[in-house]
Design a protein around this ligand. Structure first.
Ligand code: FAD
Length: 480
């Protein structure tokens, strides 16, 4: 019988249970709807670039299996029932999503289609455990990571990933309904073309994801436990945008890591692998939080933060966004983000803490900027991580933890390689000064070719002042 698989955040053929069910059922219409409804959060610029490339890769992969990817733009609430009726589809499949607006859309569609006599089947492709599968002993949502992950691990191994369908028989109407090509969606920038750094860095799509994973397992897993904090060399997997768009799933990563470890292929120790899997655990925990707190991107998880007296200095926000704060590790991170669409996790924590604590700007301003500029901008990980740094989130960093960007830089980029790469105007400073250029003598600045306040900004704020102001503001909402 004719079936339809609706692709969303699952842009892959392997370990895609929804697609497998549709393809096994008969001729399949493979559909992607670019959702432009204001009821759902629109993708940011960097994620749109990624999506464009990822859809091109998916279309080619589907074609190689005999099928065709149909791309349409609009509101799925209208489009999906129309196509299903026009094409005489008997089975619709999709893989589940977990943010409030998507759940509302999907449940509404399930009702409409079922009422019209169509079978709808939904699956899990995105997580090791779906949010409701991990709970406290009394059945409540979890609020702390360590017991969450312990409970998740106690569930045993995840289901083994399934192979890609051998063949996808194209539904005869595929050619007729497909109004658009990926290029028609116009998701990539032209003038100005800000995506060159991204093109150089990334290969979106299922093959690019698989290549990243195998490189990581053979070259970087060993020493990951320590190395993951160092932004100055490639030490993490960089799988985050691939996971975000479902070009690879966590079950595939899990099994590949285990099998590489056991076969001795991976140059990593068991504790490195365990640490790596626990980072996937943080991703799962974020989805758990999002599911039970659908307003995670806009509302403080801890409502005490509702009365925090945030500053509203637009100029400071702009300087942070552009990487012109005068603190080298912060500026390096913000420029890496702008250029490549990605930033190292340690540096994400440093720049977020600087924005929220030293500049006392609302975490939502930072979350929005990351949403627009990250290729891995994720509906769960982004708000959960911002709230974690702010102290307003679940199992959050304690309110008095205020990262000092100088000592953080000296600890995690001790040779200054990361700063030299992204803030080249400071490259001439020696290792002792690179994270604190304002302490250099006039001769040292001159010999490095730096004019503070001209070629590189003076610090936007005094660290001691900013720290005290944040502690004072936080004291007003502590209530203990
Ligand atoms: P690896 O270290 O190789 O980890 C493997 C995978 O585990 C990652 O791809 C990611 O899916 C997951 N992971 C790793 N660290 C975390 C973490 N701390 N929290 C949740 N999941 C994690 N991650 C996103 O995917 N999207 C976001 O929008 C996002 N926004 C963030 C905002 C802030 C302020 C902070 C502090 C962190 C944010 N993170 C986000 C989490 C983390 O920084 C990235 O997942 C990580 O840097 C991706 O690099 P990687 O793939 O090399 O990670």
């Amino acid at each position: 019988t004719p079936s339809l698989h609706w692709f969303r955040d699952d842009l892959r053929l392997a370990d895609n249970p929804g697609l497998a069910a549709a393809a096994a059922n008969g001729p399949t219409l493979c559909l992607y709807i670019f959702d432009d409804s204001p009821e759902r959060r629109q993708l940011g610029g960097a994620a749109r670039w990624w999506l464009s490339r990822s859809l091109q890769a998916l279309a080619a992969a589907i074609k190689a299996k005999g099928g065709e990817l149909v791309i349409i733009s609009g509101d799925p609430a209208d489009i999906l029932p129309e196509i299903v009726a026009a094409a005489g589809i008997a089975l619709v499949t999709w893989n589940r999503r977990y943010d409030g607006a998507a759940i509302r859309l999907d449940s509404g569609l399930k009702e409409t289609l079922t009422a019209a006599g169509v079978t709808v089947r939904s699956f899990n492709s995105h997580l090791l455990n779906e949010p409701w599968q991990v709970a406290t002993k009394t059945g409540d949502p979890m609020k702390v990571f360590t017991p969450y992950w312990r409970a998740a691990r106690a569930k045993g191994e995840p289901a083994a990933p399934m192979p890609a369908p051998e063949r996808i028989v194209s539904h005869p109407l595929s050619a007729g309904v497909g109004a658009l090509t990926v290029v028609d969606l116009g998701l990539e920038p032209s003038k100005p073309d800000w995506a060159s750094g991204m093109r150089a860095e990334w290969t979106p799509g299922e093959d690019g994801a698989a290549a990243r994973l195998s490189d990581f397992l053979s070259d970087q897993l060993s020493g990951y436990g320590e190395g993951r904090n160092r932004p100055d060399f490639l030490s993490t997997s960089r799988l985050s945008p691939h996971l975000r768009f479902g070009e690879i799933g966590p079950r595939q990563i899990w099994y590949a890591a285990q099998s590489a470890l056991h076969s001795g292929e991976a140059a990593g120790t068991a504790s490195d692998a365990e640490k790596f899997l626990s980072e996937l655990g943080w991703r799962e925990f974020s989805y758990h939080l999002l599911f039970y707190n659908p307003d995670l991107a806009t509302k403080n998880y801890n409502s005490r933060f509702d009365s925090l007296p945030w500053d509203t200095d637009e100029r400071a926000l702009k300087r942070w966004q552009r990487g012109l704060t005068g603190y080298p590790i912060v500026d390096a991170g913000m420029r890496e983000l702008w250029s490549t669409g990605w930033m190292h996790n340690r540096v994400r924590m440093i720049v977020a803490s600087f924005l929220i604590k030293h500049l006392l700007l609302d975490w939502r301003a930072g979350e929005s900027w990351f949403w627009d500029t990250l290729v891995d901008a994720d509906p769960a990980n982004n708000p959960a991580s911002w709230q974690w740094v702010a102290g307003s989130g679940a199992d959050a960093a304690p309110y008095y933890r205020i990262f000092n960007p100088v000592t953080q830089g000296e600890k995690f980029d001790s040779r200054g390689g990361y700063v030299r790469r992204w803030v080249p105007e400071l490259a001439g400073l020696d290792d002792k000064l690179i994270h604190r250029p304002w302490t250099a003598s006039p001769e040292e600045l001159q010999s490095a070719g730096i004019k503070l306040g001209e070629t590189y900004p003076r610090p936007i704020i005094d660290l001691a002042f900013g720290r005290q102001r944040a502690l004072d503001a936080l004291a007003t909402i502590r209530g203990d």
